[in-house]
Design a protein around this ligand. Structure first.
Ligand SMILES: CC(C)=CCC/C(C)=C/COP(=O)(O)O
Length: 290
């Protein structure tokens, strides 16, 4: 007689109703599974434990999402589930809210990704979007700041540029750190044809262009005396650059939104740690000797 299928903990799967793999309600429908499993586990006649077991077999679950199936011990099973498993099955309000936000994020990002490829609906403006991409890239900003620093002949100018350089480096470091920790993949419709990327740039959260746009524009607005139209232009540039990341299919909306927030906060850090000939004399003396 064939032995019954067992779950990861070695418990038999005998109490489960026949699995209909391939049906969206049972996980075959990609992302839809995560919501369906919550409903199906509550339906009369369906053993909630089975819903969970199928969830753990589904590709969605394997990719790192957590199950939303309902809790409860089945009379068909000899022993109740361990405590940590039962907590895992309880859908919290926060969990559902986060999952819903994620679903809206993915849906909206896909809808807005109108320049993701040459054949996309707005494919003809892709070159313009890529030009915008370069305007917010780290390399031109770093090289431009270093160049201006080498040309600056006033202490005040050097101080501002030194702090801009520090901001850009801090930004690169923080974004790389968070991307490496979160490891969120770029949207599936993205073409990875970006100019000069680092290895962490295969990840999308947060958008480095969005952090830089928010940081640099806040920096400029606070340290350059500009006429109102130019100030508006700086803010517009930052906003359109962020939007273009989603339109190009490089990012989801939440990557850009968090990027703006992070860049804005980074400026507060830079302002707090402002480098001056008084607070960091060594830096300025060293630079002066060059
Ligand atoms: C190599 C240097 C100095 C910067 C990398 C800049 C870059 C490619 C950032 C990625 O931006 P997104 O996260 O917005 O795609």
């Amino acid at each position: 007689m064939p032995s019954p299928r067992r779950n990861a903990e070695g418990r038999p799967l005998a109490a489960c109703a026949p699995s209909s793999s391939g049906s969206p309600a049972h996980g075959g429908g990609g992302g839809r599974f995560e919501f369906q499993s919550l409903l199906s586990s509550r339906a009369p006649g369906v053993d909630p434990t089975c819903a969970r077991l199928r969830a753990s077999e589904s590709p969605v679950h394997r990719r790192g999402s957590f199950p939303l199936a309902g809790a409860g011990s089945s009379p068909a099973l000899p022993s109740p589930l361990p405590e940590e498993d039962r907590m895992d099955l309880n859908p919290s309000f926060l969990g559902i809210a986060l999952r819903s936000l994620l679903a809206i994020d993915l849906w909206l990002s896909k809808k807005l990704g109108v320049c993701a490829g040459e054949s996309s609906s707005w494919g003809s403006v892709r070159p313009l979007m890529k030009l915008l991409e370069i305007s917010g890239h780290g390399i031109p900003w770093l090289l431009g700041t270093l160049y201006c620093l080498s040309r600056s002949d006033s202490w005040a100018g050097r101080e501002v540029l030194m702090n801009l350089l520090f901001s850009l480096l801090l930004d690169l470091l923080l974004v790389a750190l968070i991307k490496g920790l979160v490891r969120r993949r770029r949207p599936a419709h993205n073409q990875m044809d970006m100019f000069f990327t680092l290895s962490v740039d295969k990840y999308s959260f947060p958008s480095g262009h969005a952090t830089r746009a928010a940081l640099v524009s806040r920096f400029i607005l606070n340290h350059l005396v500009l006429a109102i139209p130019l100030r508006v232009l700086v803010v517009l540039w930052a906003f359109i650059l962020g939007l273009s990341r989603v339109m190009l299919g490089r990012h989801n909306v939440t990557d850009v939104a968090f990027g703006f927030f992070l860049g804005y906060m980074q400026y507060s850090i830079v302002d707090y740690c402002w480098l001056s000939p008084h607070s960091a004399p060594v830096l300025f003396v060293l630079w002066n000797q060059q």
